[in-house]
Design a binder for this molecule. Structure first.
Ligand code: PMV
Length: 325
């Protein structure tokens, strides 16, 4: 029976979150934690899903109900990706899917990775040649179907890998060749709901559009400068720009006392710069360091009640791990 295993990395927003939802650019890198999707065609007219990473054991649905009726939230990225693929390519078959990988708790983009892996796995099973942009478009559509909001940066990271300069809906997806970027990642222990944070900024926008637009313009300007600093390896400048980005995020109201505490601690311990990463409210902070700063910055995170996440960054995007014809 035809079977394939596909993997894709998680991501970390370096600069430009929230503003990217309003048409400004952001910079995202990938982390060395991968989601895996194994998919196999089956003779039965059903879709089966086992996703131990989100405690789904034996989820099954008849093919004509895919994307309909009640969908457990944790199964929705796979199921909607399947529906979108079948609709686009006017094909259908029973399929068994198993997902595994890193915890969704850290906000490192497990859902987007799973959506992208599902699309790519199906393209292998049905022998349909999809370009990275086509995989992106279908994965992004899936994310919007599930959560209605999002810039698509997480899907782009999962698919293209490396470090990207990115704009809304994937209008620009520019890989950046970088060397020597050293980050320490600190998890706040608080899981964030991205959509609530995006809605919070939407409310801010309603209450004072001019002011929020100005903040986004300032963020856009620093992201453009940060791209150059990143390409040149000018870490001091990049750190300064990350600190400014954090101030703007605080103005938007998406930081939290815990995040601020961790950020202050890492700055005091010598990091070039630090900021929250992603939607805010919780999840992770990212600190820019050199190799010899790493230990003291990690201790600072732990001292502020955070947890360090040990992972490489700037890693390859989606790939087929194994295929049986
Ligand atoms: O919470 P995360 O890591 O998925 O990041 C969200 C980043 C936002 O800019 C707030 C939303 C988006 O989709 O770009």
């Amino acid at each position: 029976m035809k079977q394939v295993t596909v993997s894709a990395p998680g991501k970390l927003m370096l600069l430009g979150e929230h503003a990217v939802v309003y048409g400004r650019p952001c910079i995202v890198t990938t982390v060395n934690k991968r989601m895996k999707v194994q998919a196999a065609l089956s003779d039965e007219s059903i879709f089966k899903l086992a996703a131990e990473d989100v405690a789904i054991n034996e989820y099954a649905k008849p093919l004509d109900r895919i994307g309909k009726d009640e969908i457990p939230p944790k199964a929705s990225f796979v199921e909607m990706a399947l529906r979108n693929f079948y609709l686009k390519y006017k094909t259908i078959s029973g399929v068994c899917i198993t997902t595994s990988g890193f915890s969704s708790d850290f906000g490192l983009g497990s859902s987007a990775s799973v959506a992208a892996c599902t699309v790519k796995a199906l393209s292998c099973l049905f022998d349909i040649n999809m370009s990275p942009k086509e995989i992106f478009d279908l994965s992004y559509q899936t994310i919007l179907d599930v959560q209605q909001e999002g810039s698509g940066f997480d899907a782009a990271a999962a698919i293209y890998g490396g470090t990207l300069y990115y704009t809304f809906r994937g209008e620009i997806i520019e890989p950046l060749t970088i060397n020597g970027l050293e980050l320490v990642i600190g998890y706040s222990g608080v899981k964030t709901d991205t959509v609530s944070m995006v809605n919070l900024v939407k409310e801010k926008m309603k209450s004072y559009k001019k002011g929020v637009e100005k903040i986004f313009d300032n963020i856009a300007a620093l992201v453009i400068e940060a791209k150059e600093a990143l390409l040149m390896g000018n870490w001091e400048r990049l750190g300064t720009l990350m600190d400014f980005n954090q101030s703007y995020l605080e103005d938007l109201g998406v930081s939290s006392p815990k995040l601020n505490q961790m950020i202050s601690a890492v700055r005091l311990s010598g990091a070039y710069g630090a900021k929250l990463s992603g939607a805010g409210g919780g999840d992770c902070i990212v600190a820019l360091v050199t190799a010899d700063m790493r230990k003291s910055v990690e201790l600072a995170i732990q001292g502020a009640g955070g947890e360090t996440i040990d992972t490489g960054i700037n890693v390859p995007g989606i790939k087929t791990e194994e295929q049986m014809k």
